[in-house]
Design a protein around this ligand. Structure first.
Ligand code: KG4
Ligand code: ZN
Length: 364
């Protein structure tokens, strides 16, 4: 089954052609992110205007690079939420029109379900890396459920325990900021450019992460929820207390490394707790923008070794952050696993995946 995926939930305009939920024939991602560097964040109306200009050329390019015509695709999948409403509407309106004129079925996909599907994606010419104990091998792409997935981005931080691609329970979630938001806010405090996560990770590269001690939140809680707002406040006070010394380059890299470690350690402690709660887990996945973080990957690899579970993250960097290939993949799994699921297609800025899964399970 060949699916054309469309994703426009934030500042990106992306279209991809994916076969059977795994093989990416092509994925085009056009982002207006650099236009917002000077503003320190996305301006929703500006992002939507840029997406309106780029959506058709991006779709055309994805089809052309995949070397197929629109007659070859079986269906069109589009993100219906959550995200910026204007941006989402550009994608959903375009998808509706194309589905009508090309006479193709239209599939609505939850953005988070897209991220949860991103670890299976494989570029036609590259192989997926998985890490099992000390060996790095080529995955045979067979999913081994149950899978515990840390979905960690600028908008959400969730732990999903799934027995199938499109079914499972939300084991833990953030009570305040998302992990990516913590990276972004920390970067602002350190005077780094938007988007802050990659910039802070870069600054942290040569730092000593043991220099400054940040709190490890929610250690006495019995469920694997997250909280990041305290870490951000601690960083603010640390910078205030250090005064001019915080401007010193060596101190800056050590602060960045220690702050990054605190975020990753907190994520790691929640993963460990969830693995104890769900001992049948066969694979640990990390997905979403923050899964690009190398410190987090190293920590997840250690946890995977200790728990004897396979660890995966998206095979290429562009599948960590928002992209249309993951939307096409999720749509495929929705079709193959839940043929009865017909979510009401309404573009929604605040769509809950937990409610969607619960509603489907009740109906089934
Ligand atoms: O999944 P994504 O592209 O968009 C959302 O759905 O939010 O994630 C973007 C987030 C941003 O907060 C960004 O700073 C963070 O992912 N991020 C990183 C790294 N690359 C992206 N955070 C830490 N280290 C990175 N290397
Ligand atoms: Zn995302």
């Amino acid at each position: 089954m060949l699916i054309l995926g469309i994703e426009t939930s934030c500042d990106e305009t992306s279209a991809a052609v994916v076969r059977d939920g795994w093989e990416v024939l092509n994925c085009v991602i056009s982002s207006s992110q650099k236009d917002f560097t000077a503003m320190g964040g996305v301006i929703p109306e500006d992002a939507a205007r840029k997406q309106l200009e780029s959506i058709l050329p991006v779709i055309e390019l994805a089809l052309k690079k995949a070397n197929i015509g629109h007659n070859d695709i079986d269906s069109i999948a589009v993100t219906y939420g959550p995200g910026l409403l204007g941006s989402l509407l550009v994608g959903t309106s375009t998808a509706r029109v194309l589905a009508r004129i090309w006479n193709k079925p239209l599939l609505a996909v939850h953005h988070t379900l897209g991220h949860l599907s991103s670890t299976w994606l494989k570029e036609m010419k590259s192989e997926k890396r998985i890490v099992k104990n000390d060996t790095v091998s080529i995955a045979n792409d067979e999913p081994h459920f149950p899978v515990l997935t840390l979905s960690v981005s600028g908008g959400h931080t969730d732990l999903w325990y799934r027995n199938a691609h499109t079914n499972g329970v939300l084991a833990g979630t953030t009570r305040d900021d998302a992990a990516g938001e913590a990276f972004d806010k920390g970067a602002v405090l350190l005077g780094l450019p938007y988007p802050g996560g990659p910039a802070l990770a870069k600054l942290a590269e040569s730092g000593d992460e043991t220099t400054f001690d940040f709190p490890n939140p929610l250690q006495h809680e019995k469920n694997p929820d997250f909280s990041f707002s305290g870490l951000k406040t601690s960083l603010k006070y640390l910078l205030r207390d250090l005064g001019p010394k915080a401007e010193d380059q060596k101190t800056r890299v050590d602060i960045a490394a220690s702050f990054q470690f605190a975020i990753c350690r907190h994520l790691g402690s929640r993963i460990t707790m969830a693995l104890e709660m769900y001992p049948e887990t066969k694979e640990l996945h990390i997905v979403g923008g923050v899964s690009a973080n190398l410190r987090l990957r190293a920590l997840a690899t250690d946890i995977g070794k200790r728990a004897d579970v396979t660890v995966r993250w998206p095979s290429v960097l562009s599948y960590c952050t928002d992209n249309a290939a993951m939307i096409a993949a999720a749509a495929y799994f929705e079709q193959t696993e839940k043929t009865e699921r017909k979510p009401a297609f309404q573009t929604q800025a605040t769509a809950s995946l937990q409610e969607l899964i619960a509603a489907t399970n009740t109906a089934a």
